[in-house]
Design a protein around this ligand. Structure first.
Ligand SMILES: [Ca+2]
Ligand SMILES: [Ca+2]
Ligand SMILES: [Ca+2]
Length: 216
């Protein structure tokens, strides 16, 4: 059932391929299509047992954990998520929170500006523990051609995408990420031990070789 729902939302459940949040389809009102400005379902993007996607229109205000959908007019994007209902104090956030045993890799996303106007915003990427992976970066988003940002951050704590304070006239789309299993912590498997021992042996060879190089 979860698989069928996920498939209908346009992303896969497993495998090596990237997942993309396109903010289109039946993702509002508990699984129906979105009117402009309608709240996006909390469940959109979630993958049972693997990932919870958490939306927040303003990380500096408690609660209000939602983003809203808009059909068009954010540059050349179709089906966009935005944060504010008017101006917000802080940035909006999409938190890609892997469940136990999984890690998430953020690959990129698009930003668009509403409507036909250049807009400014700031983007910060953090991991789930709040450590900054990409510091706050000022962006000018063209009103006709969207901006694409590419990343390659992986964390089992999750990835927080924050943009704002203008997250009302700057919307987000095509959030691309990949999920992968985290290896079990603790005692390595025998095969891993063999690899580690081989690795130590090679490190020893490298050290011996280096030590034979005459000092200059
Ligand atoms: Ca969710
Ligand atoms: Ca909030
Ligand atoms: Ca879209």
């Amino acid at each position: 059932m979860a698989g069928a729902v996920a498939a209908s939302l346009g992303f896969g459940v497993s495998g090596a391929g990237a997942e993309v949040l396109t903010f289109s389809g039946n993702i509002c009102g508990g699984g129906t299509s979105c009117s402009n400005n309608e709240v996006i379902d909390d469940s959109y993007g979630d993958i049972a047992g693997q990932l919870d996607v958490v939306y927040d229109r303003d990380v500096t205000v408690g609660g209000e954990n939602r983003l809203r959908a808009y059909g068009s007019f954010y540059s050349d994007l179709t089906g966009v998520a935005y944060g504010g209902e008017g101006n917000t104090t802080g940035p909006a956030e999409i938190f890609l929170q892997p469940l136990s045993g999984f890690q998430v890799t953020l690959l990129g996303f698009d930003l668009g500006a509403w409507p036909n106007q250049t807009r400014n915003s700031q983007v910060t990427i953090l991991n789930g523990a709040g450590q900054v992976l990409s510091p706050s970066t000022a962006l000018t988003v063209d009103g006709q051609v969207h901006s694409h940002l590419s990343y390659n951050f992986t964390s089992a704590d999750g990835i927080r995408i924050q943009w704002g304070p203008d997250n009302y006239d700057v919307g987000i789309d095509n959030v691309e990420f990949a999920l992968s299993a985290v290896g079990p912590a603790g005692v390595p498997e025998p095969a891993s031990w063999a690899l580690m021992i081989a690795g130590f042996g090679m490190a020893g060879v490298a050290l011996r070789r280096r030590s034979t190089v005459p000092a200059s």
